[in-house]
Design a binder for this molecule. Structure first.
Ligand SMILES: Cc1cc2nc3c(=O)[nH]c(=O)nc-3n(C[C@H](O)[C@H](O)[C@H](O)COP(=O)(O)OP(=O)(O)OC[C@H]3O[C@@H](n4cnc5c(N)ncnc54)[C@H](O)[C@@H]3O)c2cc1C
Length: 246
């Protein structure tokens, strides 16, 4: 039987490109696992090679099914160069903890990360572009786009949207304590995990806010002290639910 015949339809295909070799026990190719990492983050890094030079650009991403989107100004060199379809690798990572061991060698980090491979294309079709841009705004919370002054044609023209079907992907997670060598546990030094998370702060309303404007109900989840990854995951699930019922 070929490798393709054995593949799980809920998982991304596995090839030498995305097969996790180092610490493969931490890997998953399931859509659910990969999406859980992608959807919990607002920030991605898009890596590509232009004229032999590697670039790695931090930006905002959003997702619909197996399609990832990101955007930028039309002046962006990266995006103009992508027009013909360019191979890219997009990653999202979350730092969850600092792992302090009894030797430098065993110091580590707890993390969740996803690496997605595909070919990036400019979204030129006006309908698809407008739809994708609504998806970006509704990523904050479903329904945000409908509350805004609609985008005008100049704004849409000035924004470049890039899409990439995820061809292959991998997720890798370390969620564990200190892993010292047996003989080192007798060494008298503090060891342990310092948990780390990104949390939401207090709102800073715009000083030019019109009187009587209430915070939208959709923002209720963004409460000070909550973990951003939890809020973003919830927002994505709500967005998907709303899209299904459309
Ligand atoms: C916050 C953070 C801290 C880390 N700290 C360390 C560290 O101190 N030392 C260390 O060795 N590694 C660390 N890693 C893991 C690191 O990202 C790599 O997985 C590791 O270095 C192996 O790289 P490689 O290219 O040799 O992997 P390989 O296994 O050879 O990569 C093959 C394929 O596996 C997949 N893959 C590899 N790494 C990841 C990943 N992180 N997420 C999703 N898919 C992946 C990709 O599809 C890749 O093409 C850290 C990761 C994060 C997010």
């Amino acid at each position: 039987m070929t490798e393709i015949a054995l593949q799980d339809p809920l998982a991304f295909p596995v090839s030498p490109r995305n097969r996790v070799k180092r610490k493969h026990e931490r890997a998953s190719y399931d859509r659910e696992a990969v999406f859980a990492v992608l959807d919990a983050g607002f920030l991605c890094h898009v890596a590509y090679v232009l004229d032999g030079q590697p670039y790695c650009t931090p930006t905002i991403h959003w997702r619909e099914g197996d399609v990832l989107y990101w955007h930028g100004s039309s002046a962006s060199r990266m995006l103009r160069k992508l027009e013909g379809g360019t191979p890219v690798c997009l990653t999202v990572s979350h730092l969850d903890g600092l792992v302090l061991a009894r030797t430098g060698f065993n110091h580590s980090a707890n993390y969740r990360s996803a690496m997605c491979f595909g070919t990036a294309h400019l979204v030129n079709d006006p309908e698809e572009k407008a739809h994708a841009l609504l998806g970006l705004v509704d990523r904050f919370y479903p329904g945000r786009a409908a509350e805004l002054r609609p985008s005008n044609p100049q704004e849409i023209k000035a924004t470049t949207v890039v899409s990439m079907v995820i061809e292959e992907a991998s997720a890798k997670v370390r969620a564990a304590g200190v892993g010292d060598d047996e003989e080192d546990y007798a060494h008298p030094v503090w060891a342990g995990v310092i948990p780390v998370s990104m949390t939401i702060g207090e709102d800073q309303p715009c000083p030019r806010q019109l009187d009587g404007i209430e915070k939208p109900a959709g923002l209720a989840a963004y409460r000070s002290g909550r973990r951003l990854d939890d809020v973003l995951l919830e927002a994505q699930r709500l967005y998907e639910k709303a899209a299904q019922s459309d």
